[in-house]
Design a binder for this molecule. Sequence first.
Ligand code: ATP
Length: 320
Amino acid sequence: MATSPATGLPRWEADPILSVEHLFMRFGGLIAVNDLSFKVGRGDITALIGPNGAGKTTVFNCITGFYKPSEGRLILAHGRAPTPDEIAEVTRIGERALVGRDAGVYLLERMPDYRVSGEAKVARTFQNIRLFTGMTVLENLMVAQHNALMAASGYSLKGLFGLPGWTKAQKAATETAKYWLDKVGLTDRADDPAGDLPYGAQRRLEIARAMCSEPILLCLDEPAAGLNPRESLELNTLLRAIRAEHGTSILLIEHDMSVVMEISDHVVVLDYGTKISDGTPRAVKDDPRVIAAYLGVDEDAVEEVEAELHIEHAATGAGA
Ligand SMILES: Nc1ncnc2c1ncn2[C@@H]1O[C@H](COP(=O)(O)OP(=O)(O)OP(=O)(O)O)[C@@H](O)[C@H]1O
């Protein structure tokens, strides 16, 4: 387990980059997220797991500003860990962030999605791939840097006249795009439409696109979905490299247990919107509540139930 040398505590307790506090998300009468609290350690790979409909994507949507939570606080820390006084201060004054010289505290529940990505530096990918399929692979990575390029243009016509600040920013954006193309093994496909890439390559391109915005926290919604075993292994290597070489903290939703158990430092388990377990992969795997809710459904048991259902369907003439 990754622990803090100073305190011996797990990193997510000693130095959280994200603290989710008493998060609720209600859709009419449905409570999709129910008083959820957990922490994401700086530099950790944290997995959010749970059965279908447990509320994982809703949590992501709250963190990344796509949903405004019904209740709760989402504290993102830049630089050193903020003190409780700093957190209390930004909460009290009603601002979305308090940014000092060596630290910044961002309250994500107060920010729309474009500020979460642009200011708080939280990037995400989606369960269903959302690339610009008609644009080339390289263009997808340049579009991801639109914010930086617009800032360099002074939101004016500087770009059209090729002024030095703009030209420099454009060169830097191209270099960043080339770097990530190389990292995800897509340099030779740079000029092909993104929609022509095989599925696994599109998933890697999505991660590269998210990394072009230089996030401090990368949120990945089922990055291994639809990947074959070789591609899953490559994904593990890529995520480890992102963490090791860029110090980016990673929060991922994943159903593929080989990915979760292999690369996570910390696993948080949801069931019906409530946290049922939180700890190291090993601790969570052995937790009876998790076994009961999720991991414990072994294939034999599933097959038995399915067989029974088929017999019932046949007897009643119902179902396919
Ligand atoms: N926009 C919405 N409006 C109404 N209900 C919603 C909305 N988004 C999610 N839900 C409901 O909230 C619950 C949690 O859904 P969510 O997609 O977060 O689960 P999940 O754990 O990500 O599931 P999966 O693993 O299947 O993707 C579900 O009952 C879902 O139907």
